[in-house]
Each structure stands twice: as C-alpha cells, then as structure tokens.
Design a protein. Sequence first.
Length: 658
Amino acid sequence: MGTDRAGEADTFPKLLIDNAATRGSRISVRHKDLGIWQAWTWAQVLEEVRAFSVGLEELGLKRGDNFAVVGSNRPRLYWAMCAGQALGAVPVPIYADSVADEMAYVLEHAEVTVVIAENQEQVDKVASIAERVPTLRHMVYDEPRGLRDYDRSKLAWIDDVQKVGREKLAEPGRLARWEASVAQGKGGDLAVILYTSGTTGRPKGVMLTYDNAIISARNGNVFDKLDETEETIAYLPLAWVGDHLFSYAQHYVAGYCVNCPEAGETVVDDRREIGTTYAFAPPRIYENLLTLTMVRMEDAAALKRKVFHYFIDHARKWGEKILNKEPVPLSARLIYRLGDVLVYGPLKNRFGLTRIRVGYTAGEAIGPEIFRFYRALGINLKQLYGQTEASVYITAQPDGEIYADTVGKPNIDVDVKIADNGEVLFKSPGVFQGYYKDPEKTAQAKTPDGWVRTGDAGFFDPKTGHLKIIDRAKDVGRLKDGTLFAPKYIENKLKFYPNIKEAVAIGDGRDDVTVMLNIDLVAVGSWAERNGVVYGSYQELAGHPKVYEMLEKHVDEVNRSLVEEAVMARAQIKRFLVLHKELDADDGELTRTMKIRRGLIADRYGALVRALYDGAALADISTEMTFEDGRKGTLSARVAIRDMKTYPVPEKAMEKAA
C-alpha cells in the first residue's frame, strides 16, 4: 500500500499496517496503570488507531489540518499522532508542563483545529486560552477523571470517539475509504511540527516530513543494530524530537516494544521491571541518578560507604577499559568482577539498566566525569549529537570508539563540515523542510546549497576523527586578554558535583570568569542534616555560610582542573555566588528541555552580575517568580559573594593557548 523507493512503507500509518501484517502478535506497547502492565500487540494497535482515526474524522479533522497532542507518555497520545496522520493531518506535540501562555502561542501559531489532551489539567489550560485560538474547534481527552460535568459541545472522551469510529467502520466501504486515505500519504508529506525549546526567544515550529523521520530512524536502527526485540521506556516529553524519534519513529520502523510508565516518579522502578535494552536521555537524567546515588551513600553505614567508594574508584580506573575489551591485568579484572557482584550490578539494577545494550545521552553536553562514571559501571553509554532540524541524528559514537569529550562521527548518510568561524554545518536525509510560517528564520538556518547551520561551535579531533562540540557558537566568547571562554564547558565541570544543580558562567568581554550557582535541594538538604545545619527554606539553605564553604571547595577543584587544560587554563573562576532561588522553566529562566536562557538571566539578575564584577561582598536582589498555581510573587534576598583563589598558568599551557 504505497511504499518508498526501497519498497518499504514511507509513512507511519503504512508502517503500522505493515507491522500488524508481519508481526501482528508481537507486543507493540505496554502501559502500567494502577500497578498492572497492560499490553497491546501490533494488530491491536492497528485496530485502536483505525477506530480513533475514523472517530476524529467524524469530529471534522481533515487532510491539511494541524492538531495538538499534549500530555505525558501514554499509548493513546502516541496513537493519536498516527490516527491523525492517517487522515493527512499533522500532529503538533506540546510540552505537558507548558504554562497556559506558552501553550497559547503554539496553538495559535500552528493554527490548531483539534487538541488531544491527557487529562483535566491540560483541558483546563486549553480552555483558559481557547479564545486566543480562533481555529480551535474541538478537544479530546484521555483520562476522564474530573471532567464529567464539563460542557460536551466541544469536548469528547477518546473512548467515545473510538466508539463512533468503530460504528462507522462497520458501514460498507468505510474501511476501504480509510485505507485509501492512508495510501494517499507520501514520504515527502509533512509528518509533524515540533517546536524548539526557544533558548533565544519564541519557539520555532520545525517541519519534518515522513522521509525525514523514517529514513533517520532507519539509519539509526542500522547504526546500532536495533530490531524488534528491543524494550524501551517512554518518559521524555512528547514535544521533544528525541522522544519522537526514540518512542515513535524508531519504534514503528524497527517494530520494537515501547513501555509507558505509570507516572514520572515511577520511571526508574518501571524501567527495572521491564529490563530495557535501549535507552535515550538528556544529561540531566544521568546527573539526577548520580546525585541521588551519592546522597544515599552518604547516609549509608560506614562499612558500606567504604566498600562502595573502593569499588567505584577501581571502576573509574579499569571499568571502561574492560568494557572496551582492552588488555587489563588479571588482578584488576578479578577485583572488577567482585565489584560487579557487590556494587556495579546492584547499582545498574537500581537504575533499571541491567539489560541495557545501547544507551545514549543527547540534548546538550554531558560532563565528562559523569559520562565516565556510567561507562565505568559497564554500561554502554554513548554520546549523540543532534537537533530537531536534523530529525535528531548528526553524529553518534560507534561501539568501540567512545570518548568522553567527543560526540562521535557523522551518522549514516550525514555530511558534516566546519565553517571558517568554527560553526558546525550538516547535510542529511533528516534536514527539516523549514520553520513553520517563518521563511526568514529558515533562510538564516539553511544555506542556499542545502547545508544547515547548527549554531554550535566545534571541530574534528585529528586523532579520532570525532566531532567535538565546544558550546553554542553565540555563547563562546573571550575574556579581555583573549582567553577562550566556553561557559557550558565550565558549567558542566561544576555540575559534576551532586550539590550543584545548575550553574551559569559569565565572562565574555570581561577580565575574569564568575559563576552563579543553584544548589541541589535533595543533595544539600541531606548534607545539612548530617552536618547539623538548620534551615527553614531553600533561600535560607542556599545562603548558609557552611554551604558556601562546601561549594567553595568544589569551585576550587574546578579551578585546579582548568589550569591543567591549555585552552581553558586562564578561564578559572574568580568569584561566585549562590542564587536565592532555583532557576525555573515556569519563570522563563530555563527552556522546557532545561537549557539556560542566558539573555533573560543576564537581564533578570543584572544586579548580581554587576556585584560579581564591582568587588561587592553582598548584593540585594528582588525576583519575580511563578507559583505552581500560576500566581506571581516577588522574592527578595541579600546574596553573598565569595572570592576564589586562582592558580598560575604553566608556561606550556600559555604557549599552547597562544
């Protein structure tokens, strides 16, 4: 039924039909609900999607319409995307934690006609801004709790939509009509609009075709030898391109099983129950797991803590060499095996990564120390460099060529080059069609001859042939003396410490580097209990002198490590402060993918930035913040600033830097 040049299905609805025909009895998706795993085969998923699709058609969804999908990772929200695509409509996934104003912008900009929402919370958000979206005609919801007494004129339960669809499919010719609609779709058709996280302003709608997503997914599967036997867990935002490729495109192409957790809080436990073989997560997920582990170990008995650190130190020395099958002394190998029984194995089981065959981190740079920690445990964690505009894949690390400071080689069918100004450019089958309703921004991103500007600065390592990403090109700068300033590089070194949740480095065009830190409340709160530090709020804990003393040691260690690196040796941290509040996506300080909005932070915390550079020991700040119920408030504080010792730069490092 309509295939691409290679004789393979070229849209997701066609892939679904093929999977139902060739592997219909295999489990396609599971969902844990009320503690019980519910499962659907590929044949059952086809039946669910087909009924849903026809029901949506009865609601008026038609070819060329854009429809939104908002909520957490639930089977019926993934099915909604395929159901709409079968009609020729285009899904627009939206971040579930978007505040109403953010959601309104996307719904209005994308001219959405139907919203498919997870629950009452999302329905209420859409209803509160519905008058700003003149194209919106209907809402459909998955979870009925709390929605019984709502106005039904423009609101429907998925069960009822599917019931109508099944009734219509029983009519003569309706099934053939639906199949004809699926057959009408082509690989070059628009498949999805994914909005960027908006680090520099309003999000942009990235338009990807079926060919973009499916060919990229197929190449990714070939690269890592992924097949229908894989088990994955879907927990990343539906609106993030990583989840769209990992939990939707690769899932449909390879035919493997996607597992939807019961809740965000149960992901690790659910992953352990399933025994996932393929994992994909941004660095913050791995950072959080490591933080919780270190906090728990600090609370453990002295003997357990000593055993843990002994074997972890041994793993850091030998683990990655053993994973890479390099020559290792027999004694080191035997100790590692014992460590696997006592520490590494239980730790991997606790993370739910015992059966992992391929694990990726992507989305932003991961701290090398954090990356090496997981590799040392024997987990095949690799780095991937990608973008929404690339349908994810630009580079990836082949097995056996894993380096903490690189992001791999160009993926299958991908070309990468470095511009004269150091910016990374690429060409691939995944190159997006453009930004929705924004030809000007599209022209800025794509060169006339088809290359895409990534906005990242990088270079190819001559020793390995792997790409190294320094930072966002616009963020890389220089100190007044010409020293390279790569803020993300410094921030990742700081975030290796479990006590530091977020860091913002400042220094471009200035004499010295300074940083603003966020403490991790779980890690520092646990430390405070053990050290007799009494506090009544996040603000009070963040400003405590003993917390500053602890963080000062971390910053000092970062300075010691920087002085050993030729290019960054002069970019040591001169002063630091601890912010009185956590940086928050609801306050606009972080994107929905938890990336720093540097421009906004520089403006909002301008008083603190000035104090970091004028020698002040204290600075007053008042900051607007958004509470969970949407109310606004102001938080005022007096923030302390600490001076740091910096270390002499070795002459060899000065020569290399020059």
